[in-house]
Design a protein around this ligand. Structure first.
Ligand SMILES: [Zn+2]
Length: 342
């Protein structure tokens, strides 16, 4: 049973989702996702947060206000378990640690991406530009590179290694409960979900979102086969008994399985559509993406902003590459651009 949630899931507050577990929605900087849910898990040894929000003043204020409703403050956060190394999940944890000494852990598979961003000699999206060019979207890559050079100041964002890595199969042991760590690569290589089996809860991060289909493989160091990994990670979660879905963006819902089925069906439809466009003669991921419709509003590729055009082309490429892996398409590289054919 899921306690009632407000009509607008982004409304500030602290909402019980299960005994001792609360959802605290936090604001995001001008982001289409609107808000991010942090889950506070009560334990006699201290609070554990699942995910942490985007490090900024408004986040700290909203988190402080949410915790206060529960009788806590930021100093009571003993540990933050982060599902993946995206800014809206990870950076506030690093900020909390600096002030309050909270312990921060994240999936081991995020290490390469976290270190890449610490290194500083490579840009955050260099892998994406390389992918875009391989997918035939050279002009888009050039425009993005120019845009990113002015849009970001990475020095503003707290970024560092965690205190520890979460491994698949281990448990985060609290005094009164244990959270199973399950590696779910796809959205990012090192994404993990956390499961409280006796309580029937799945903290799904961005692996399973109720209203949107998560982006695939948007990370500093990209996986070789992100969509294949993602689909396998969906099936992995589906093989476990059903639980409540506690997502990082959107309303909690009663069934993980129902949403996994919808996401698997979405990708089946997408794979078929992508195949059809190659059959009709679209040679590259960019060309295929330009024939498809995007978002629930059925927009064309050109109607999306630059950032979402990038995600769309990369996702189309991921679908094409899965079809190649399945032996349904062939791929040849011409001048470092991937050309697909039936
Ligand atoms: Zn994410």
């Amino acid at each position: 049973m899921l306690p009632e949630q407000p009509d607008d899931w982004t409304e500030p507050g602290a909402y019980p989702v299960a005994p001792g577990v609360y959802r605290i929605p936090l604001p995001l900087p001008n982001d289409g996702l609107r808000a991010v849910n942090v889950y506070a898990v009560e334990d006699p040894a201290g609070l554990v947060l699942v995910d942490s929000g985007w490090a900024m003043d408004e986040t700290e204020k909203a988190m402080t206000a949410g915790l206060r409703l529960l009788g806590y403050d930021l100093a009571d956060v003993a540990e933050v378990a982060v599902t993946h190394a995206h800014g809206d999940h990870y950076t506030q944890a690093i900020a909390l640690r600096a002030t309050f000494g909270s312990r921060v852990r994240i999936g081991r598979g995020e290490r390469a991406s976290i270190e890449r961003l610490l290194g500083g000699d490579l840009g955050a999206y260099d892998d994406q530009y390389r992918q875009l060019r391989a997918y035939g979207a050279t002009e888009l890559a050039d425009r993005l590179e120019r845009w990113a050079a002015t849009a970001f100041n990475r020095g503003d964002m707290p970024w560092d290694l965690p205190d520890g890595w979460l491994d698949d199969g281990e448990q985060i042991r609290l005094r009164d409960r244990a959270l199973d760590v399950i590696a779910t690569p796809g959205h990012t290589q090192g994404h993990v979900v956390l499961r409280d089996s006796p309580a029937g809860l799945l903290f799904s991060g961005d692996h399973i979102l109720p209203h949107i289909t998560p982006s695939i493989g948007f990370e500093a160091v990209v996986a070789r086969t992100p969509l294949r990994n993602y689909l396998a990670s969906l099936r992995l979660v589906k093989d476990l008994p059903d639980t409540l879905l506690l997502p990082a963006h959107g309303r909690p819902t009663p069934s993980v399985h129902r949403r996994v089925d919808e996401l698997l069906a979405h990708h089946e439809v997408r794979l078929a559509a992508v195949y059809r466009e190659v059959q009709r003669g679209a040679p590259t991921a960019h060309a295929v993406a330009a024939t498809l419709r995007w978002t629930r509003r059925e927009r064309t590729l050109a109607e999306l902003d630059l950032f979402n055009q990038m995600l769309a082309v990369i996702e189309t490429g991921a679908h094409l590459d899965v079809l190649v892996l399945q032996g349904e398409l062939t791929c040849t590289e011409v001048d470092e651009v991937r050309h697909y054919s039936t």
